[in-house]
Write a protein that binds this ligand. Sequence first.
Ligand code: CMX
Length: 434
Amino acid sequence: MVSLKEKLFEKIEAHRPRTTRLLKEFGEVKVGEVTISQVIGGMRSVKSLTTDISYLDPMEGIRFRGFTIPEVLEKLPPAEGGEMPLVEAFFYLLLTGDVPNKEEAESVAKEFNDRKMVPEYVFDVLKAMPKDSHPMAMLSAAVVSMQRESVFVQKYNEGIHKNDYWDSTYEDALNLLAKLPQIAAFIYRWKYKEGDIIAPDPHLDMGANFAHMMGIAKPYDDVARMYFLLHSDHESGNVSAHTGHLVASALSDIYYANSAMLNGLAGPLHGLANQEVLRWLQGVMDQMGGKVPTEDEMKKFVWETLNSGQVIPGFGHAVLRKTDPRYSAQRGFCLKHLPDYPLFKYVDVLYNVVPPILVEQGKAKNPWPNVDAQSGVIQWYYGLTEYDFYTVLFGVGRALGVCANIVWDRALGYPLERPKSLTTDMLEAIAGIK
Ligand code: CMX
């Protein structure tokens, strides 16, 4: 059997000439034009990044290496005794574009297991932080504290050739990814379970081990696998993925890049929206005395939020123009495992009520729910009610995609990122009003 790293190297060698040819022979071919509203408005839809790991079609949603979410769930080998694929198998797919067989998937799981020992000083860093620190700040601090472990930095300082940067970056990526679940579970139990830490089990795959360390029984292992997979990647332009890529483009290592990506994910317009959805729903529940609101009652809550100048968390998207398939995948899980759960019913009422209201308000370009609208409900159902932890789950998943991308960035020699900015005077001159 060819190892993941050997397979990756084959893929890299096959891919490099494609990038070289595009640059050398077609570098001047135009990809698109940029308007003033895009320059001022957060670069929406400006085509200026390359990744082969995932692609987000506005109407269809995400494809990972060409596969839709249902295809990924169907094709990848499932975890022993579970219905969801091994996270490690999914990482193999992200990195190589190939669906691993059972043996290949298990060898990656073993490789992750061999690398999962978290240095003790990481826990000391976390323990030194105030207990009311946000879990995302703790996760980001833990990740950057491990920067001293970077194999890439060591090799770079030894003076390796540019073509070999991907190799030590791959080592860093696997080392970091293998450790993230334990760090996340530690943060959870340190912060919310009086420091009653559960040691990792060396025989379990990533999802099962995470469930074990969180202290949550089956099928939470499958919930963890589904979460990490669904949140892994959403092409390159979103804040977390883009931040990871941008920071790594300065040849900052995996640890710096992922810590930065987590800081971007921690914003309420991005990954923090999953905690905001639960916070919002709890507010409604309190006012309803726990009763499931009618659609008319829910409409009142939605309008109150909008009229006070706030957004409805979990709805809208910068690229998508339909219901997020990551939302649908989680909804499918809810229908199977918790169809009568009141909080799930709340989310379903929201699904009926919010889109027409956002359309009526006439501002949001996409009135449909995104991944974050559904994800907290599942966590709550399995006992994880500390909703400010939810974005950590997103972060562990997102690291899979960011790491896979950075390995390929290095393999293809993508350069330092450096877009150009203009002054307002210059834009007015371009507009012909000055
Ligand atoms: N509720 C109320 N207003 C919304 C809205 C929502 N859910 N979604 C968009 N709008 C508003 C925007 O705030 C903006 O208002 P202004 O013109 O007053 O600034 C207007 O509609 C146009 O925005 P847009 O072009 O449709 O959306 P953007 O690309 O600017 O932003 C997003 C996308 C996700 C930030 C936005 O839809 C939003 O704030 N949603 C709620 C937060 C959320 O769920 N974020 C998670 C997204 C998924 C993820 O990254 O995890």
